[in-house]
Design a protein around this ligand. Structure first.
Ligand SMILES: Nc1ncnc2c1ncn2[C@@H]1O[C@H](COP(=O)(O)OP(=O)(O)O)[C@@H](O)[C@H]1O
Ligand code: SF4
Ligand SMILES: [Mg+2]
Length: 331
């Protein structure tokens, strides 16, 4: 049995917006084992990015973690670390890739130097070794002529090539955990597939754990071992990929899945789920999906459903009051 690498428990994050509070992450719990890839899926605004930003000390604006734990390597609570300690871990033990490489890359610095910088800051390698390793990394992430490309600036690269540079930066210090927040969302479909294939290879070669954040069901099902569905800042369903494909049971997951049609490897949006994700100005006091759910009853309006294991034999968790009814309807 592999070891647990990260355990997040009851994470809550809120933002102060003028006189209002916005409750964005409302008690998220999950764990990630060594070598495992966990996908966090959900529509835009469901609190996926804020969940990872909270763990990494990267909250923007007046964001504040109000409770929870994020135990990494069974030894440190990321939420309790000082900024400097977290910076030491970020980039060394935890590599991070974001959606838009342009905002993460320094436009005025040669890409080779940017890749080297992380290794030097974390004292991972001497200058000479970091230089050689940068050339190897550029080659490994599929950038031809590494020596010449080392001296290029980000604007001289296409979106896909920039994302390859970001990946090289993220894995430069051989992190145990890679967090990728919508790494392919800004790319066109062909390039998306290439980047996912590259990430797949890198994680297998290194036996790295990956936390993949995506609004794209297709990306999650192509790439992940286990999937967690978020909505309204809460976990709605969590299951292995197999269970997730074979028998998803949460009304939100089912609606999300039916809004997508698969054509070969392509995933096209058919119809959105009716209604809109809402902004919470108080902690949820009913099921977050209540307004949009076809199974909703008065109970769903009165009680927040807890995340509960479906049966002891299966790693399948659901937050819904009406699993029986859903089961009957899906057969
Ligand atoms: N900097 C911010 N200031 C205020 N509210 C924010 C901020 N960032 C996120 N939020 C709130 O958190 C919600 C969830 O955001 P996010 O985690 O980015 O969603 P996603 O699931 O698309 O990654 C947003 O809809 C917004 O209401
Ligand atoms: S708890 Fe009720 S509203 Fe929420 S998903 Fe289940 S049936 Fe729908
Ligand atoms: Mg996001």
């Amino acid at each position: 049995m592999t070891q647990e690498l990260l355990r997040v428990t009851d994470l809550k994050t809120e933002f102060q917006r003028g006189d209002e509070k916005v409750y964005t992450v409302n008690g998220v719990s999950f764990s990630l084992r060594e070598g495992e890839t966990l996908g966090i899926v959900g529509e835009s605004g469901s609190g996926k990015s804020v969940t990872v930003h909270s763990m990494l000390g990267l909250l923007q604006g007046a964001g504040k973690v109000s409770s929870g734990q994020a135990i990494f390597q069974n030894r440190v609570d990321l939420l309790q670390l000082r900024r400097k300690q977290l910076e030491d871990i970020r980039g060394r033990d935890i590599g991070v890739i974001f959606q838009d490489p342009m905002t993460s890359l320094n436009p005025t610095m040669r890409i080779g130097n940017q890749i080297m910088e992380g290794m030097l800051t974390h004292q991972y390698a001497s200058r000479k070794k970091a230089f050689e390793r940068t050339l190897d990394l550029l080659h490994e992430v599929g950038i031809p002529e590494p020596k010449a490309r080392f001296r290029n600036f980000p604007f001289e690269f296409s979106g896909g090539m920039r994302q390859r540079v970001m990946i090289a930066m993220a894995i430069a210090c051989e992190p145990q955990l890679l967090i990728a927040d919508e790494p392919t969302t800004a790319l066109d479909v062909t390039v998306q597939m290439q980047i996912l294939a590259l990430m797949q290879k890198l994680k297998q070669d290194r036996k790295m754990s990956v936390l993949m954040i995506t609004h794209d069901f297709g990306v999650a099902t192509n790439f992940c071992d286990r999937i967690l569905v978020m909505y309204g800042g809460k976990v709605m369903e969590a299951a292995s990929l197999d269970t997730f494909i074979r028998r998803p049971l949460h009304p939100y997951t089912i609606a999300l899945k039916s809004s997508i049609i698969e054509v070969g490897d392509r995933h096209k949006k058919l119809q959105a789920i009716p209604g809109m994700a809402k902004v919470w100005n108080a902690p949820p006091h009913h099921c977050p999906f209540y307004e949009r759910c076809t199974f909703a009853t008065q109970q769903c309006l009165k009680e927040v459903p807890e995340l509960t294991q479906v049966d002891d034999q299966e790693d399948h968790w659901l937050a819904c009051h009406h699993v029986e009814e859903v089961l009957k309807s899906v057969g």
